[in-house]
Structures are given as structure tokens and as C-alpha cells.
Design a binder for this molecule. Sequence first.
Ligand code: SAM
Length: 223
Amino acid sequence: MVATPIGNLADLSPRAREILAGADALLCEDTRTAAKLLARWEISGVPMLAHHEHNERARAPHLAERIAGGESFALISDAGTPGLSDPGFRLVRECRRRGLNVISIPGPNAAVAALSIAGLPTDAFFFAGFLPPKKAARQRFFEAHRSFPHTICLYESSHRIEKCLNDLVESLGPERTIAVAKELTKIHEQVHTGPAGDIRDRFKSLSRKGEFVVLIAPDGFVL
Ligand code: SAM
């Protein structure tokens, strides 16, 4: 499981490069995205197989059998650590069930990157990934976690960030301390921290293009 950059292609580790160049095949969430990374790092001649959310369930047992037969695969997602809000879990489970070796080549992860720079508590946190797309389900999530005692970490896409912040303010109130990290490691990286109501209003005038991590501090925490 090889972590790849979340924006800045220079963030690929030397060990990741070595593993990608030496694998029998690369399992890629998107072969076009992978091709750009491989070109940047001058890795060539390694076969690429598409491995994404639509085929992972069906292909995992077959791939695990090939690994059992001696092949060595490197799995990469479009960005960051595979298996985290990305394909990978099902194949890892198939391998573990067979007692096969799975190793991590650790590296970028948007959630951990955001936590490490936001100023919200990091001693313990809850990674909730993407919230449900429907408003009612999202609000149920916020209500259910209103008194959660640790930082909550969410992933959000550009087309839902505004709705997410609106629902958050409605459910948890405008005073709840939050952080929104945008475009981490990229040219337009920004981190906004403060009361949820202020951040929500600030986003009305900011470009919503990009990728976002939303962190919600425990009730009562003030920066
Ligand atoms: N596996 C990845 C990881 O380790 O972070 C996450 C993949 S998930 C499909 C994509 C989501 O991660 C985006 O919608 C966004 O919430 C978050 N994300 C990825 N890259 C980011 C970045 N550079 N800045 C902020 N958030 C990012």
C-alpha cells in the first residue's frame, strides 16, 4: 500500500519510488493519474492495472491468489494513503485472510496533514471520512456527535463544502470552533480556523474550488 502525494508531486518518498519501480504490477485507482506521477518520477515499464471502487470487490480474490502465487503488487490511489476513503481495503482483507504479507509505504494523508497544522486538539480524533450526501443524514451525523469529546475530521468535495458548512452551523451552532484546510500542499493552500459561523460566511466570498478537510473541535474548545 503505497502513499502518493495529495497535490505536490515532490512529496513521493524515495522508498515509495523504489517500490513502484520494482513492482510486478501497479494497481491504480486511475491509470491516467498514475501515469502522471510515474512520468514525474521517471518510472517506466511497470504494467498498470485499473483497481477502483467499481472493480475491487470482484477482483480482490483473484489478485490475492496472484499474490499468493508469488507476484508483488503496489497499490496506489489517486492521492494520499490508499484504503482511506479510497480503494484498497477489500484487497488488503483478502490478503490478510490468506496470511499474505501486506506492507505500508507511508506518506501523505490529507486528514493527518490538516490535523497537524490546524491548532485543534490532536491527542485523539475521529476520522469520519465523507459524510452522507443527503442533508437530513448529514444533520443526523452532526446531532449525534454534538458532544463527541475529540476532534472530528471530515473529507469534503468542492461541490458540497458550502452545504456541509451550512448544516454544521445549523446543527452545532455558529460558535463551534472548526478548521477548514483547503488544497493542502498545493499552490493555493489555505487553512481557516475559528467559529463555524465566521468560517461559513468567509467561504461565501472565497473560491470553493478545491479539496477540503473539515475539522470540528470538541464543544467548548476555543483557539
Ligand atoms: N486517500 C486520501 C488521503 O489519504 O487523504 C483521501 C482520498 S479522498 C477520495 C479525497 C478527499 O481527501 C478530498 O475530497 C478531500 O476531502 C481530501 N483531500 C485530498 N487531497 C487534499 C488536499 N490536497 N487538501 C485538502 N483535502 C484533500
